[in-house]
Write a protein that binds this ligand. Structure first.
Ligand code: ZN
Length: 522
């Protein structure tokens, strides 16, 4: 046995200040991850009677986590650790942990406690008011609450600060969801995306009257299938693409999500619709993408930035990639359709692989973001980005929000919005105080397409493998290039490192055009 090339303990040891900062971060993570399990329980298992006490438990844990993550001793340890790690390479785990813990510490300490409390209490009433206003389809009822949310978010942005020469206030808010993200960067990718997507949607819309063109067969989207069998089939697919059920669970909830406490205990949920198997399967594959990212994080670094996901958009890239690039592909259905038939004992025998593949990919502009297909989804997000940017900069009077919303839906999707319920009141985000969040959905979709192109280049025969049920090469590649990297790079840099190019709308558009144009006979 030789130890010649094994690094010695001395070489491996971190500076005591780094150890101290990391130990404090791990303590805060223990509290936060406990809250996360209670949150999962609340959505899946808890009897209704538990709600009041659960709220007190979660408030107590939030208070403890906040105290730990704003402890001045952490600030002191970080100041020393920054000095001690200054000469290490930028991607060295100690340097990464110190840099990212500093980012988190500054975020947590820059907001005065009074503002944090006010935001939380206004958001909780605003969410209730929003739900009532949505029921009544009455924006006027919600408007005073949105005014307060916007005013408080402007204050929040001022506490964080932003680049006053080149940037704007919105950047400071987006940074909490997408570190380093600015409105200018988002616009630089969204603008070409919108132009090319609009051209594609115009062509698809004209297909009905185009000689030789056709409309895909969507009948499988309206074909009732047994719910319990759907759940078993979705679980089978999640396991085959790589979710480890020894280190995670899949349950049902009203709104699907992925949580848990750490990489060895990931809790994801899905929901199923009797009328359309593809709804529940798509939602399960989406959450499985999130779940495999969480399970793929480095166990050595649990509770530290090196063991955490980069950002919301990179998280979303993992879910979209399995939902869209894999789950809506012909190769996937070549494998999955016979498996589905075996599960359902003939209930879908009358549909061919081609028909199921087409049903997954029908493009039909609609009013509701969460029901949107792969072709139109990003239009919904781009509309929200334009609007929230204008809200924060005060370029738009909030009284004009419904009219502006409706104008953009006409402009982007050619639709006349019938009422506020199906218009500007449909999403919970703004009422919950979340401004700067929406673009992460589309950034994630773009990263998914760009990462998938890179994986295809790196793995010969990858898609042919899908047709045989072989998904391990893709999952292993994502694990090595994305999951195991933790927060070593910011999203935009990770994209450059892994794909060799900055984020662009081109890979997504190549993916959509290559799939949809032939399907529509164009
Ligand atoms: Zn997601």
């Amino acid at each position: 046995m030789t130890t010649l090339h094994a690094p010695s303990a001395a070489q491996n040891a971190s500076h005591p200040s780094v150890e101290a900062a990391v130990a404090m971060a791990r303590e805060a993570h223990l509290v936060g991850s406990t809250a996360s399990i209670l949150g999962w329980d609340q959505e899946t298992m808890m009897p209704a009677g538990g709600i009041e006490f659960r709220a007190r438990q979660l408030a107590q844990l939030a208070k403890m986590a906040h105290a730990l993550s704003t402890d001045p001793r952490l600030g002191d340890a970080l100041a020393q650790a920054e000095h001690a790690t200054a000469s290490l390479p930028a991607t060295h785990p100690d340097r990464v942990n110190v840099r990212e813990l500093r980012r988190d510490y500054d975020k947590a300490t820059k907001l005065p406690a009074a503002l944090v409390e006010e935001l939380a209490s206004v958001a909780s009433i605003a969410q209730h008011e929003w739900a009532e206003a949505r029921k009544a389809s009455d924006f006027k009822r919600f408007r005073p609450w949105l005014e307060r949310i916007v005013a408080l978010n402007r204050q929040k942005a001022d506490c964080f600060g932003w680049d006053r020469t080149h940037g704007e206030r919105w950047d400071a808010l987006a940074d909490s969801y997408e570190p380093g993200c600015t409105a200018k960067q988002v616009e630089a990718v969204f603008h070409p995306l919108r132009t090319r997507l609009q051209a594609l949607l115009d062509r698809l819309r004209g297909a009905a009257s185009h000689p030789g063109a056709r409309v895909p067969d969507g009948r499988f989207n309206d074909h009732p299938m047994d719910l319990a069998t759907q759940e078993r089939f979705a679980r089978f697919v999640a396991g085959t693409i790589g979710f480890d059920f020894e280190r995670g669970r899949l349950d049902r909830s009203t709104h699907p999500f992925c949580g848990g406490s750490h990489c060895n205990d990931v809790r994801m949920t899905s929901r199923y619709s009797e009328r359309c198997l593809l709804d529940g399967l798509g939602s399960t594959m989406h959450e499985t993408g999130h779940g495999m990212y969480e399970q793929g994080l480095d166990p050595h670094w649990i509770g530290t930035p090196m063991g955490e996901a980069v950002s919301l958009s990179i998280h979303e890239s993992q879910s979209r990639l399995w939902e869209n690039q894999v789950g809506r592909s012909r190769a996937f259905w070549t494998w999955a359709k016979p498996k589905m038939d075996a599960h359902f004992g003939g209930a879908a025998d009358m549909f061919s692989v081609e028909q199921v593949y087409e049903a997954c990919n029908v493009v039909e502009p609609g009013f509701i973001r969460v029901d949107a297909d792969e072709g139109t989804y990003n239009m919904h997000v781009m509309i929200r980005f334009e609007l929230e940017r204008a809200m924060i900069s005060r370029d738009m009077d909030l009284a004009d929000l419904p009219a502006e919303w409706n104008r953009l839906y006409k402009d982007y999707l050619g639709l006349t919005v019938p009422d506020d319920r199906r218009g500007c009141l449909q999403d919970v985000h703004w009422s919950g105080g979340m401004i700067g969040y929406f673009p992460t959905y589309t950034l994630g979709t773009l990263y998914a397409a760009q990462l998938f192109e890179a994986a295809r280049k790196a793995i010969p025969g990858m898609e042919e493998g899908f047709a045989r049920g072989e998904f391990t090469p893709l999952r292993t590649w994502l694990n090595e290039h994305v999951h195991r990297q933790g927060r070593r790079h910011l999203s935009a840099d990770l994209c450059k490192v892994v794909t060799g190019a900055p984020l662009s709308a081109d890979p997504l558009m190549r993916h959509l055009e290559a799939k949809l144009l032939p399907m529509y006979g164009l």
